[in-house]
Design a protein around this ligand. Structure first.
Ligand code: IPE
Ligand code: IPE
Ligand code: MG
Length: 249
């Protein structure tokens, strides 16, 4: 285990991760892309365990985006089968470790077997009060915002709310992450420095940390580097640095 972090370090409450680079990891080894996705499961396990160890309360992992549906059918099929298999293998251990598992994304677009696994794993771990692990599958930030707008429009048409009362809080309550604090830290592996339609609404004030490490090579040491970067940031939320220093005293 890495000793990079002092134990009294400032730990983010919510960490979100764009797990990128599986395909390139496989290509570097002359293997098919799906073997990179399979290798990525090990990094998921290590990341979940390390998040719990470090006292992070919410961990969101981006596993499949709305746009990933446009990949070749064979890769999409392999990913969906891998999600089912990973849930079959991992949920008992997650449950033993007191992890509460939840899924966000367009669930209706998924296959019946995966939906069954998702619902069963959510129900089984619902009363756990350890790490809150959120997996985003078939998720897109724009899809999430549009869905909330649709719900508010319907309530306005039905006369339940007045259009002039719509504000940020109201919209946020109709989004997938309602009740979950915004991510404090976003980690993206794989070298790209973009959001790729992940949490467009919720990342408003997240600290962004990008690394070249491909997802199957991501481990505790790399995670601690991101946490160390986070601990050194002064978050100002639009205020001045001086105001923050007064607030910290
Ligand atoms: C991330 O790895 C996993 C998914 C998007 C499902 P990629 O498959 O995007 O890997 P690269 O970016 O092609 O290396
Ligand atoms: C983002 O990675 C989605 C996930 C990690 C699930 P992509 O590989 O799909 O992102 P782009 O296409 O490079 O922006
Ligand atoms: Mg990618």
């Amino acid at each position: 285990m890495s000793d990079l972090l002092p134990t009294d370090s400032i730990v983010p409450e919510h960490v979100a991760v764009i797990m990128d680079g599986n395909g390139r990891w496989a290509r570097e080894r002359g293997k098919a892309r799906h073997s990179g996705h399979r290798a990525g499961v090990k990094s998921v396990r290590a990341t979940v365990e390390h998040a719990a160890l470090r006292g992070i309360q919410h961990l969101t992992l981006f596993a499949f985006s709305s746009e990933n549906w446009s990949r070749p059918a064979a890769e999409v099929g392999a990913l969906m089968a891998l999600f089912v298999e990973a849930l079959r293998r991992e949920v008992a251990e997650l449950h033993r470790n007191n992890v509460r598992l939840e899924f966000v994304g367009n669930r209706a677009s998924l296959g019946a077997a995966l939906i069954r696994k998702i619902e069963a794993s959510e129900a089984r771990t619902a009363d756990n009060d350890g790490l809150h692990l959120i997996i985003a599958i078939a998720y897109g930030g724009r899809w999430d915002i549009a869905g909330a707008a649709r719900k508010l429009a319907k309530r306005a048409v039905d006369g339940d709310i007045h259009v002039d009362d719509i504000d940020e809080q109201m919209l946020g309550k109709d989004m997938q992450f309602a009740g979950v604090p915004d991510p404090d830290l976003l980690i993206r592996t794989g070298g790209e420095q973009r959001i790729s339609n992940f949490l467009l609404w919720n990342l408003a004030y997240a600290e962004l940390w990008f690394c070249d490490t491909l997802w199957p090579d991501f481990d505790e040491t790399e995670f601690d580097r991101a946490l160390d970067f986070f601990a050194r940031r002064q978050r100002r939320f639009g205020q001045t640095g001086d105001q923050q220093e007064v607030a910290e005293c």
